[in-house]
Write a protein that binds this ligand. Structure first.
Ligand SMILES: Cc1ncc(COP(=O)(O)O)c(C=O)c1O
Length: 365
């Protein structure tokens, strides 16, 4: 591949992602500016209301005094630790400043080969403007009536031009999960020249396993994961992809440069949080409890919802007599968001049990 082309594409990707960042800023800052941050409940970005865990916090505080050094050693330690967690090697792991960075890197990689991207939709759309600006033709495929990803629909849409397939599992915003056997068969049957970008940002909240164990067998499989959700470190900006060593090398070559990623402090927090599985177990249990409080409130108001395998819930407010979002916002609860134009489906993140009780109370008032 021509170096000039690579630089041009990477620069374009950076611009495209800056554009996505503006979108995020608009969604939240405009809503929140008139209010004091402390007096609001913010449940719109699927952030973990409990994190980071104690071990991660302690490690990050300790790492501050080592911030005079570049974070190369801790990056290697983290890659080794993540690799071990999935029975893989550090060569299978690429670390980024959040998994968003790496979704962009994979889009850039696909764009270098030119062609079409397939994605079930609604899904996590952050990478889509970037992919389009990079010249990829993005084809969005409908979900089932139950808002689940239908891999048969995806399979039928694959042709010789398909370079990339994005699958978010569990899916954001709908919260559905693909049964592992179905997903594994899909991965096995996808043509080798088509990359599958499997976004597992929320796997830790579900009872289904990661597909990372397949990356050595399928070099066209890239699994993206993050410390932003179950690990509660969204502000620390640490994510990673797991891939065959050759694929991982090609992806890491597309990262801007060696020191552009997460800070030494954030990486130290990520390392410590891997050694603290009890925190993940705690967050998963709390999420189940708080999600149930929200389910009960939705049921009480006869608002249909999709059973969630994640830290957010997708629900249909078309039969609700009031404006759901305004009802919450008048109680200083922000975050109900729409992902399907022309419908009244909304997504709300799951906060703490008491935050979801506040949601239930607001709906009652
Ligand atoms: C499905 C999915 N993937 C990736 C991300 C990006 O996460 P981060 O860049 O914080 O790792 C998000 C964030 O909301 C997400 O929902």
């Amino acid at each position: 591949m021509l170096r000039r082309e690579l630089i041009k594409k990477t620069a374009l990707a950076a611009t495209a992602f800056a554009f996505s960042r503006d979108l995020f800023a608009n969604v939240f800052n405009e809503q929140l500016m008139p209010y004091q941050q402390e007096s609001i409940i913010k449940i719109g970005s699927n952030e973990n209301p409990h994190g980071p865990g104690m071990a991660a916090k302690k490690a990050m505080i300790e790492a501050v005094s080592g911030s005079n050094r570049y974070p190369w050693d801790v990056t290697t330690i983290l890659r080794e630790k993540i690799g071990k967690q999935f029975n893989l090697k550090k060569e299978n792991v690429v670390i980024g400043a959040g998994s968003s960075e790496l979704l962009g890197v994979v889009s850039t990689w696909a764009a270098l080969q030119k062609g079409t991207v397939l994605s079930p939709d609604p899904t996590f759309r952050l990478w889509i403007p970037a992919a389009k600006r990079l010249g990829l033709d993005v084809k969005l495929l409908p979900l089932t009536t139950g808002k689940a990803i239908d891999l048969n629909t995806v399979n039928n849409a694959i042709d010789s031009k398909t370079k990339l397939i994005y699958i978010c599992n569990p899916n954001n915003p709908t919260g559905t999960v693909i049964p592992p056997a179905t997903l594994e068969t899909f991965i096995k049957n996808t043509p080798k020249q088509t990359t599958i970008l499997l976004d597992e940002a929320y796997t830790e909240f579900s009872n289904e396993p990661s597909m990372a164990h397949l990356v050595n067998e399928y070099p066209n499989l890239v699994v993206a994961k993050t410390f932003s959700k179950a690990y509660g470190m969204a502000g620390a900006r640490v994510g990673y992809v797991l891939a065959h060593a050759d694929t991982a090398k090609q992806l890491s070559d597309l990262q801007p440069w060696a020191n552009a990623g997460a800070s030494a402090v954030s990486l130290a927090g990520a390392v410590a949080s891997i050694d603290d599985p009890s925190f993940i177990a705690f967050c998963k249990q709390e999420n189940i409890k708080a999600r149930q409080v929200f389910y009960d409130a939705l049921n009480e108001h006869q608002i249909p919802f999709i059973t969630s395998h994640t830290s957010f819930v997708y629900f249909d407010t078309s039969g609700y007599s009031k404006d759901f979002r305004s009802v919450l916002e008048s109680s200083n609860i922000f975050g109900a968001r729409t992902f399907e134009d022309g419908t009244k489906w909304l997504r709300l993140s799951i906060g703490t049990v008491s935050e979801m009780q506040a949601v239930a109370k607001a709906l009652k008032s």
